[in-house]
Design a protein around this ligand. Structure first.
Ligand code: 26V
Length: 822
């Protein structure tokens, strides 16, 4: 396709006024003409829609300008391919990034509408499971902020992450319908639809020049329709696009079949197409292994690549420059099939030869690994791929042959060759998606320094030997707009009063607070902000759980997915030990604590669900025992999501980051808490290691086995029996929980869970228990000197600037994408 003429000089519209008066008029106009409601009868959801539409208009002008700028300057575009974007609510983010908070508030107040009520009414878009999805959302916002031309590509799930309710302390999963009231942020692009094939066969076709081209004839076609959401950066710097694909039948009514009398069959087949994008898989460890999941992965990979290639051809007219103008980042292996699909598009559709296609593919893709858990590494049965994606499987075989040949030439042994192979031959042949992503990319990165080192010595040890330059580190970060400025306006205000406002544009400037850490009056004001946030959280705990907690207590928080390696079990067992001590020694001065938990368990993950039940069982006993005198309260808040995190994090005194060392790739919650002035209790795992370096070891509480020690214990297959028998408090806890002290209605409920700790303590819960307990007593001692505590809290905020996703994205842009920014 020849390049199409582009109109570069379309006039830039004048930026719209954003004073309260103008906004008032526009909101009223949207309410009337777009929502179709009279203000007299309008409900908050109507006001919400009208407000979003008004704000959206201000984003659109800048969106067009950003798009035009990329065309005009021929800048490289970055595409972030992710099966998950955990974006949460968007309105406050947009209003705040555009600096319109006060004028929107005032405009709405003139109608007697509270902005904060509307904010709470916006559905929380939970198109992701946890860390990986939230990171993708932070990255999008940072790419707009530092002006990287970028698109996020993903799936528009009709049902995102499930809603969690509690029934008698057990997790119950319910569907969440975030689209029920429509989604005013998105634009449907019916014109941007692509056909996605599945199944069928491959036909070799002789070309006039004697070469052979493979032509895939899919048996089934499904349309991918684009929905675009603008993503605005800080101060509206740039607006990028989140493009989510929705599956629709190519022929929505299958009229011929319908008319021929097969009414049900015709409708069923057309409905089946849409099932691909119906629901997010709610497991972030064990691969579901189901065909529908593979269909999701290929569906969004193929649609995105077709779109990318089309846009590139439209602007540049040829494909040789693809890697100069396009960088595609694969967020974990979920889009790894893209490597084979791009090869197919380049060779079979556009006629490039293998060597050139391979060169372009490798130079275009980069891959990020987010987990080393063996059970989370994706593989797909070769037989399934041959049936569903026959051409892509052929290409994967050819890539494999080429890589293995290269390994042999370099003199690698059979064992190493087997480890490198894209095909796992143990127990049914399977395609290893990590290996495919690795060999098809020019860059492979981990998400913290420790994780990157472990990658080199575990899963990718042999590929690392073959391609020693490829693995690099990009330590994660979080966006300070959402995770400080929006969720903690009190602290943000206090910081700017003390060091000025530059930190809003360059978060690393918060380091200036360090000089005020010992200032008593500043400490008091810092503590006063924290206290206000704690009062707000205490109200939420009271409303949702009926539990009264004192904001004077130490708020000790663990919120994240429920997973054995994250060790919520260790935390609740230590709480039981503390409960025992309070009762045994009523004369001692105990630090009053509120333990807050929140998190979802994958619906099929029995042990994780059992831990939720255990937390609730322990809470019931502890919260109602008069002997505890309110010194320990335990609250499990249901339905953890981005919005709940935004309420809890600013109110935390202590952040629990206690994963088994070597198992948490990075963590990002750890960064959000510390930025908001919480102290961390944690293991030397993931980004905790780098947090300790930057905060100083005196401002973080580290305990437990190191990753190397964990490896040694596992290799020696050591039992934890002696450990349990040697520790009186631990034995008491294990025996009490195991005997049903907290589950009088079913005394054997936790028998296996506790018995398992003796011989199968894979996650080192027993082995780390005493060190954790001692670390908690150290925390108590720190809390006793409130001035010292406050100075540590201030230093945490001051020194966390580096963990901004702006810094992370700058590193990706400079070192991986070679894309322009700022
Ligand atoms: C993995 C799988 C495995 C197959 C089944 C479906 C599924 C869905 C999601 C995932 C992703 C798990 C990996 C993940 O979320 N990793 C987290 O990534 C964060 C961002 O880099 C990091 O901070 C966390 O430490 C890491 O656990």
């Amino acid at each position: 396709m020849p390049p199409q003429p582009i109109v570069y000089d379309a006039p830039t519209p004048e930026p719209r006024a954003s004073d309260a008066e103008t906004l008032r008029n526009e909101i009223l106009e949207k309410l009337t003409y777009a929502v179709g409601k009279d203000p007299i009868v309008a409900r908050n959801t109507d006001w919400l829609t009208a407000t979003i539409l008004t704000v959206r208009d201000r984003i659109i002008d800048q969106w067009m300008e950003s798009t035009r700028d990329t065309w005009r300057t021929s800048k490289k575009r970055v595409y972030y391919l992710s099966l998950e974007f955990l974006i949460g609510r968007l309105m406050r983010d947009a209003i705040s990034n555009l600096g319109m908070m006060e004028s929107v508030r005032e405009a709405l107040a003139s109608f007697n509408v509270e902005l904060d009520d509307l904010i709470e009414r916006e559905p929380d878009a939970a198109l992701g499971n946890g860390g990986l999805g939230r990171l993708a959302a932070c990255f999008l916002e940072s790419m707009s902020t530092i002006k990287v031309p970028a698109y996020g590509y993903g799936i528009r799930y009709v049902n995102g992450m499930f809603r969690q309710e509690m029934s008698d302390g057990w997790q119950v999963e319910l569907p969440e319908t975030w689209l029920a009231h429509g989604n005013p942020w998105e634009f449907e692009r019916r014109e941007s639809a692509y056909e996605i094939g599945f199944g069928g066969y491959v036909e070799p076709v002789q070309q006039p020049d004697g070469s052979v081209r493979q032509i895939w004839h899919p048996a089934e076609h499904i349309n991918a329709v684009a929905y675009d959401t603008p993503v605005v950066g800080w101060r509206g710097a740039r607006v990028n696009t989140l493009r989510l694909w929705s599956a629709q039948p190519v022929d929505p009514i299958l009229l011929d079949r319908f008319n021929s009398g097969d009414h049900v069959g015709a409708l069923e087949e057309s409905a089946r197409a849409a099932t691909i994008t119906r629901v997010l898989y709610p497991a972030d460890s064990n691969p579901a292994g189901q065909e529908l999941r593979l269909r999701q992965e290929f569906f969004f990979s193929s649609a995105s690549l077709q779109d990318i290639v089309r846009r590139h051809l439209q602007q540049y007219g040829e494909l040789g420059s693809l890697p100069d103008k396009v960088a595609v980042q694969l967020n974990d292996t979920h889009p790894a099939i893209s490597v084979a699909e791009l090869m197919r598009i380049l060779m079979d559709v556009h006629g490039l030869g293998w060597d050139q296609a391979w060169k372009l593919t490798k130079a275009t893709f980069a891959y990020t690994n987010h987990t080393l858990l063996p059970e989370a590494l994706e593989t797909w049965p070769v037989a399934l791929l041959e049936r569903l994606l026959p051409r892509q499987m052929q290409i994967a075989y050819a890539i494999n042959a080429m890589v293995l040949e290269e390994a042999r030439e370099k003199g690698m042994e059979d064992e190493q060759i087997a480890a490198i192979s894209l095909i796992d031959e143990n127990g049914g042949r399977r395609l290893r998606m990590g290996q495919l992503a690795f060999v098809g990319s020019h860059s492979v990165n981990g998400v913290s320094a420790l994780h990157t080192e472990l990658m080199k010595h575990t899963v990718f040890a042999d590929l690392h030997k073959l391609y020693p330059q490829r693995i690099n580190n990009k330590t994660n970060g979080v966006t300070p707009r959402r995770w400080l400025m929006q969720c903690n306006p009190g602290l943000t205000q206090l910081i700017s009063e003390r060091i000025g406002s530059e930190f809003r544009d360059d978060i690393e400037q918060v380091i200036k607070l360090d000089a005020h850490a010992e200032d008593k009056s500043f400490q008091d004001r810092f503590a006063a902000v924290k206290r206000q946030n704690k009062e707000r959280l205490a109200a939420v705990i009271r409303e949702r759980l009926g539990i009264a907690v004192s904001p004077d207590a130490l708020f000790d928080v663990q919120i994240k997915r429920i997973h054995e390696y994250k060790r919520q079990l260790l935390n609740i067992m230590e709480a039981v030990a503390q409960y025992n001590m309070i009762r045994a020694h009523p004369e001692k001065r105990w630090v009053p604590r509120v333990k807050v938990f929140a998190g979802k368990a994958a619906s099929s993950y029995w042990n994780a669900k059992l831990v939720i039940k255990l937390i609730n069982d322990v809470a019931k006993v502890v919260n109602n025992d008069p002997a505890v005198r309110g010194l320990l309260k335990i609250a499990f808040l249901p339905n953890y999501n981005v919005s709940l995190a935004e309420t809890i994090i600013p109110a935390a005194d202590l952040s629990e980051q206690i994963s088994t060392a070597g198992m948490e790739a990075s963590g990002t919650g750890n960064m959000k808490f510390a930025l908001n002035g919480a102290l961390t209790i944690g293991t030397l795992d993931g980004a905790n290691v780098e947090m300790r370096e930057r905060l100083g070891p005196e401002n973080i509480v580290i305990f437990g086995l190191t990753a190397g020690e964990v490896e040694d214990v596992r290799r020696q297959n050591r039992s934890s029996r002696e450990v349990i028998e040697a520790s009186h408090p631990l034995r008491e806890v294990v025996e009490a929980i195991g005997a049903g002290v907290f589950s009088p209605d079913d005394r054997s409920r936790y028998r296996q869970l506790m018995d398992g700790l003796y011989e199968h303590d894979w996650f080192m819960v027993a082995r780390d228990f005493d060190a954790y307990s001692a670390a908690q007593r150290k925390v108590d001692a720190y809390w006793g000197d409130r001035s010292a505590w406050n100075s540590m809290a201030i230093r945490n905020t001051a020194r966390m600037g580096w963990f901004s996703s702006d810094r992370t994205i700058r590193e990706y842009a400079e070192e991986i994408w070679r894309a322009s920014h700022v």
